[in-house]
Design a protein around this ligand. Structure first.
Ligand SMILES: *Cc1c(COP(=O)(O)O)cnc(C)c1O
Length: 730
C-alpha cells in the first residue's frame, strides 16, 4: 500500500511550523513582553501583529475542512465534535481558575454563563474554540449554498459589521442608530470578535485556497506544466509584507485617534493572513503532526502557565526575576508551556497512539501480489486484441482485491492508458495516486458531483436518459460514455425504443460523449442458446451505431467485451476491451471453456501464518457449533484469517484445504470471523510461524482461486473482490 502515498507525502511543513509561531504570538498577547521598553512597541506586537495568529488558525482549519468539491457532512461533524471535545476539556481544566477568580459569584450567572460558553469563552482565550465551531459551520454552509465569490462576499459583510463593533467602534458611536444596534449586540456577545462576525471570512478563505490548490495540482497532473511556482511564492511573500505594513499603519492610526473599542479586527487583517498562508503553503516537506499538537496545547495551556509561574514566583519570592521583567516573564511562560506540551504529546504518542498503526505487513494474514504475472497477463491480452483496440484495465473493487493503486500504477508503468472504476471515489483515488490516462466510471455517480467528475478529469457512464438530463442540468462540461442496454437490463439506454432520446443526448451542450458501449450477460457461455443471445446483443448494439451514423452523428469510441467477451468473441473489432478478471490471471469458474485460450497467470495468493498449534484428543470438537469432532488424537493449527477477511464461511465442512509445507491440510470446523482451524496431524514438522497458503501455490501444489470460489458457491470475481481491506498486501 505504500505506493499510494507517493507524491502525497509532501506535507505542509511551513504551515506546521507557523502553528507554533502563532501560538507563541498569542502568548505575547497575554504577557506583553515589550511592555517594559516601549508602549508603542508593545501595542504593535500584541495588539496588531499578533492579531494575525488566531485568523491563521481559522484559515488552516478552513483549508482542511472546506472544499467545494468534496462535501461530506461527516467532515463538518467530525470537526465540530473534535473542537467541542477540546473546548469541553479546556473548560474543565480552567474551572479552578474560574473558581479562584470568583467567576461563579457574578450576577446573572446563568445568562452570562451561556453567553460565555457560546461566544466569549469561559476564560480569556477560550473564545477561539466556540468561534471555530460557529465560524466553521457558517462558512461551510455558505460555500455549500453559494459559489466562492458570493460566500466570500457574505462573510466579508459579516466581517465589516464586526469591524464597526471593534477597531472602528469610535466611528459607530457617532451615530445613535448604529450604537444602539451594537449595544444590543454586546448584550449577547462582549465583542464582535466571535464566530459570527470574525471567523467565517477566514474559514471561507481557507477553503478557497484549498480548492485553488487542488485545481492547480490536478492540472499539473494532467498537463504536466509547473513553471511559475517560484514567482508565485515570492509574490505571496512580498504581498504579505505589504499587507502587514498597511495593517500596522491602520492599527497605529486608529490607536492614535482613539477610535478602537477593541483591537482584533482590521481592514488589512484578512488580506494579510491570506498572503501569509499562501506563502507558507509553498514550504513542503515531512508531515509534523507533533508540531500541530504541541501548538494546540501551548495555545490552550499558556494562561495556566502564567498562573502557575506567578504562584511559584510568589511562593519563592522570585517575582523580581520571573514576573517583573516582561521579557523574562514571556520567556518563562513560553518555556513552561512548550515543555509541558511536548511532554504531553510525547506521553500521548507513547501510550495513546499505538493502536493507530496500520497493518500492511505479513505478521498475520496477507495477500501476495505478483506484479510480473500482472504485466505478463496485460501483454498476453493486448496481443490478443485486434489492431486499434486498447486494453481498458478494470480496477474496480480494489482491483478485485489486489489493491487498486498498486495495480493501476504498475499497469500505467507498462503503458496501459485506460482504466475503469466502479465509483467516483475510486476514480478520484486513481488520480490521486498519479494515474493520467482515461478513467471511466462504470457505475452511478450523483449528478450533483459533476464538478468533481470534471475536476478529476473522469469519464462518467450515462446509465439512462433521465440520468443524462440530470447531469446536463448541472451546467458543467463532463466527459461521458453512453451505455446501451442490449439485453442485460441493468444499466443503459434502451436500444429498441428510444432512438430519439439517444439523439437528444448527443445534442446536449455539457456532455462530451467520447464513447458508447454495452455489456454482455452470457458471453461466458458457449451454449448454443447463449451464443445466439449474445449475437443478438451485439447486433442490437451495432444497430444503434448504424442509426447514429445515419443521423450524421460521429460515432465515438466503442466497446463491448469484458474478459469473457474477448475470450469467446475475439473477432469483434472495438476500440476497447474492458478486462477485469482475466487481467488478474484467473477465470470466473474453474472449468470454463473458451474459444480463445490464453496463457494467463494468477496474480494473487492468499497466505496466513500458523499462530497456534494445539493438541485435540479424540472425541473433542473444534470451533462453533462443534461441527468437527476429532476421530483420532489430532494436531490442529490455527490460522488468523476468517470470513471478515473475505475468506468464505461457506467453505466450512466442504472438504476444503490449505497448503502447509507443500502438503494439503483440511479445514476443520466452522470458519470464524477472524480464525480458522486446519488439521495438520499428518503433516510432519509444522511449526508456529510457518506460512499457510489458502489461495496460490506452495511447492508443486496449487489451490486455484476459481476452485475455491466454486467450492464456496460463488465465482472468482466475488471471492477476490471480497478479500477486504483488513489484509496486508505485499
Ligand atoms: C466489472 C465489469 C467489467 C469487467 O468484467 P470481467 O468479467 O472481470 O472482465 C467489464 N465491464 C463492466 C461494465 C463491468 O461492470
Amino acid at each position: 500500500m505504500k505506493a499510494e502515498n507517493k507524491g502525497h507525502d509532501k506535507s505542509y511543513t511551513g504551515i506546521d511550523f507557523f502553528r507554533l509561531a502563532a501560538a507563541l504570538l498569542i502568548i505575547t498577547i497575554h504577557t506583553s513582553p515589550l511592555a517594559d521598553f516601549s508602549e508603542t512597541g508593545d501595542f504593535i506586537l500584541t495588539r496588531i501583529a499578533a492579531r494575525a495568529a488566531v485568523p491563521f488558525f481559522f484559515v488552516t482549519s478552513g483549508f482542511f475542512l472546506i472544499s467545494r468539491y468534496n462535501y461530506q457532512m461527516g467532515k463538518l461533524c467530525a470537526f465540530v465534535k473534535k473542537t467541542a471535545l477540546i473546548y469541553g476539556a479546556a473548560i474543565l481544566i480552567y474551572l479552578p481558575v474560574n473558581l479562584y477568580n470568583g467567576y461563579f459569584k457574578m450576577d446573572n450567572l446563568l445568562p452570562n454563563l451561556i453567553k460565555d460558553i457560546v461566544f466569549d469563552g469561559t476564560l480569556y482565550h477560550l473564545w477561539y474554540l466556540p468561534a471555530s465551531i460557529i465560524g466553521g459551520a457558517i462558512a461551510w454552509y455558505l460555500v455549500k449554498k453559494l459559489d466562492y465569490k458570493k460566500a466570500f462576499a457574505a462573510a466579508a459583510v459579516l466581517y465589516l459589521m464586526g469591524l464597526f463593533g471593534d477597531s472602528y467602534y469610535g466611528l459607530t458611536e457617532k451615530s445613535l442608530i448604529c450604537s444602539s444596534f451594537y449595544a444590543l449586540l454586546f448584550q449577547i456577545s462582549d465583542y464582535t470578535r466571535n464566530g459570527i462576525f470574525f471567523a467565517p471570512v477566514f474559514f471561507v478563505m481557507g477553503g478557497f485556497i484549498a480548492d485553488r490548490k487542488e485545481e492547480a495540482a490536478c492540472n499539473e497532473l494532467i498537463c504536466a506544466d509547473s513553471e511559475p511556482r517560484r514567482a508565485e511564492s515570492v509574490k505571496d511573500g512580498v504581498c504579505f509584507g505589504l499587507m502587514l505594513a498597511l495593517m500596522l499603519a491602520e492599527g497605529l492610526t486608529l490607536h492614535h485617534f482613539q477610535i478602537q473599542r477593541h483591537d482584533s479586527m482590521y481592514v488589512f487583517l484578512p488580506p494579510c493572513v491570506y498572503f501569509l498562508f499562501s506563502f507558507l503553503l509553498q514550504f513542503r516537506g515531512r508531515r509534523r503532526v507533533w508540531l500541530r499538537d504541541v501548538s494546540l496545547i501551548v495555545y490552550l495551556i499558556h494562561p495556566m502557565m502564567i498562573v502557575i509561574i506567578r504562584m511559584f514566583a510568589k511562593l519563592f519570592s522570585m517575582q523580581s526575576l520571573l514576573v517583573d521583567n516582561s521579557v523574562v516573564h514571556f520567556l518563562a511562560v513560553t518555556a513552561a508551556s512548550i515543555v509541558f506540551s511536548a511532554a504531553a504529546v510525547g506521553l500521548w504518542g507513547r501510550f495513546g497512539r499505538k493502536r493507530k498503526r496500520h497493518n500492511t505487513d505479513t505478521d498475520r494474514a496477507y495477500v501476495e501480489i505478483n506484479l510480473e504475472n500482472l504485466a505478463h497477463n496485460a501483454e498476453v491480452l493486448r496481443s490478443a486484441l485486434p489492431r486499434g483496440c486498447e486494453l481498458m484495465a478494470v480496477v474496480k473493487a480494489e482491483a478485485y482485491g489486489h489493491g487498486m493503486c498498486e495495480i493501476a500504477i504498475h499497469l500505467d508503468k507498462i503503458g496501459v492508458k485506460a482504466f475503469a472504476a466502479a465509483t467516483i471515489e475510486e476514480g478520484i483515488r486513481l488520480r490521486r495516486c498519479g494515474i493520467r490516462g482515461e478513467i471511466l466510471i462504470l457505475g452511478y455517480t450523483a449528478p450533483e458531483r459533476a464538478r468533481e467528475i470534471r475536476k478529476y478529469d473522469l469519464t462518467q457512464t450515462l446509465i439512462d436518459y433521465d440520468y443524462a438530463c440530470r447531469l446536463e442540468e448541472q451546467g458543467c462540461t463532463v466527459k461521458v460514455h453512453m451505455k446501451i442496454d442490449t439485453g442485460m437490463h441493468r444499466l443503459g439506454f434502451d436500444s429498441d425504443f428510444n432512438m430519439e432520446e439517444i439523439l437528444c443526448v448527443f445534442a446536449m451542450e455539457h456532455l462530451v460523449i467520447n464513447g458508447i458501449y454495452t455489456h454482455l450477460c452470457v458471453a461466458d457461455s458457449l451454449e448454443e442458446e447463449d451464443v445466439w443471445f449474445t449475437k443478438q446483443q451485439i447486433a442490437n448494439f451495432y444497430g444503434v451505431l448504424k442509426q447514429l451514423k445515419k443521423q450524421g452523428i460521429h460515432v465515438p469510441k466503442i466497446h463491448i467485451q469484458s474478459s469473457y467477451g474477448l475470450l469467446n468473441y475475439p473477432e469483434l473489432k472495438c476500440n476497447y476491451v474492458r478486462a477485469g478478471v482475466a487481467l488478474y490471471g484467473v477465470l470466473s469458474t474453474p472449468d470454463a471453456q473458451t474459444k480463445l485460450q490464453l496463457n494467463l497467470r494468477p496474480v494473487l495468493a492468499l497466505k496466513a501464518k500458523v499462530i497456534l498449534l494445539r493438541f485435540v484428543p479424540q472425541g473433542e470438537s473444534v470451533g462453533y457449533g462443534r461441527t468437527f469432532v476429532a476421530d483420532r488424537d489430532s494436531v490442529i493449527a490455527i490460522l488468523p484469517v476468517g470470513y471478515a477477511d473475505g475468506f468464505p464461511r461457506n467453505l466450512s465442512g466442504r472438504d476444503s484445504y490449505v497448503l502447509i509445507n507443500g502438503n494439503w491440510a483440511p479445514i476443520v470446523g466452522r470458519i470464524c470471523m477472524d480464525q480458522l482451524a486446519v488439521d495438520v496431524t499428518d503433516i510432519a514438522d509444522v511449526e508456529v510461524g510457518m506460512t499457510a497458503t489458502l489461495i496460490g501455490s506452495d511447492g508443486s501444489e496449487t489451490i486455484a482461486a476459481p476452485a475455491v470460489a466454486v467450492d464456496s458457491g460463488s465465482i472468482t470475481n466475488e471471492l477476490l473482490s471480497r478479500l477486504g481491506s483488513r489484509l496486508g498486501r505485499i
